[in-house]
Design a protein around this ligand. Structure first.
Ligand code: NAD
Length: 268
């Protein structure tokens, strides 16, 4: 699991979180794994769902063994396999959360893929796979969440700085993340009727396996550091605070919003 750092004591604790239940998709590694760990350490029970079910199981075990929980009674992390492109599988994940924990309060649509191809060369398979995972996966997750979640629930979707800043070779990805930002607004408008809030996170360069290519290519790293006003990559832990805020009661009047967690790179 990438990005493992100790929980930082300055992160807010949010006393309303313990005892609640969440689903995090794409939780086998990267930000999803860190989100699952951060929620569990604050007493939230989590179903971690990923297409890589072996790694998901290993990550759940690692999280359960992590020291330094913020809450005296950490939440349980239940691993399961899912392909977010399949609405029936997403519904099964929601039902698993309710069966395990008796409730479903939060859903984090985090699973995503990041293909590279020049605009003229994006293949039919690449664009359909990207939209299937990154956009339809978010929609099907939100639908499953809404079916099984009580009023007062919250959904967070992973958009990206790529929703507002295009870069070469990322046409399919940028298109998908712009769609997630708009889908977040549509879902917020409609699920608001049921008291469910829907927001998005828009990270910039976060140090995970998805962005390993940046660190491996000196030119890409130099460019990345140049376009980030804070001149460094972010860590998965640095996205946890904004996630917890959006899920918490502190954000109870916030819906249909994307929070940039990008070191300022959306402006460059
Ligand atoms: N890392 C970044 O810099 C960055 C920046 C902006 C947005 N994001 C977004 O944040 C999210 C997490 O990114 P990350 O960097 O942790 O990525 P990552 O590649 O490290 O992890 C993504 C996880 O999603 C899972 N996954 C992929 N396809 C799936 C499917 N069809 N069904 C279920 N699970 C699937 C993978 O197995 C993996 O565990 C993604 O949506 C990504 O697009 C990442």
């Amino acid at each position: 699991m990438t990005g493992r750092v100790q929980h930082e004591p300055m992160t807010a604790v949010y006393p309303e979180l313990p005892g609640k239940a969440a689903v995090v998709t794409g939780a086998a590694r990267g930000m999803g794994a860190r989100f699952a760990a951060a929620l569990a350490s604050r007493g939230v029970h989590v179903v971690g769902a990923d297409i890589d079910s072996d790694r998901m199981r290993a990550t759940a075990e690692e999280i359960s063994a992590e020291p330094g929980a913020v809450h005296e009674r950490p939440g349980r992390v239940v691993p399961t396999g899912v392909d977010v492109c399949d609405p029936d599988q997403q519904d099964a994940v929601a039902r698993l959360a309710v069966a395990e924990f008796g409730r479903l309060d939060f859903w984090v649509n985090n699973a995503g893929i990041f293909p590279f191809a020049a605009a003229e060369e994006i293949s039919a398979g690449q664009i359909s796979d990207t939209l299937a995972v990154n956009v339809q996966g978010v929609l099907f997750g939100a639908q499953a969440a809404a079916r099984h979640m009580q009023a007062g629930g919250a959904i967070v979707n992973m958009s990206s700085v790529a929703a507002v800043r295009v870069r070469r070779g990322r046409g399919a990805y940028c298109t998908s993340k712009a769609a997630v930002a708009h889908l977040t607004e549509s879902l917020a408008v409609e699920l608001g009727d049921r008291g469910i809030r829907v927001n998005a996170l828009a990270p910039g360069y976060i140090d995970t396996e998805m962005t390993r290519w940046v660190k491996e290519d000196p030119a890409a790293l130099a460019h990345a550091l140049d376009v980030v006003p804070l001149h460094r990559l972010g860590s998965p832990e640095e996205v946890v605070g904004p996630l917890l805020f959006l899920l918490s009661d502190s954000a109870r009047y916030v819906t249909g919003h994307s929070i940039a967690v990008d070191g300022g790179s959306r402006h460059v």
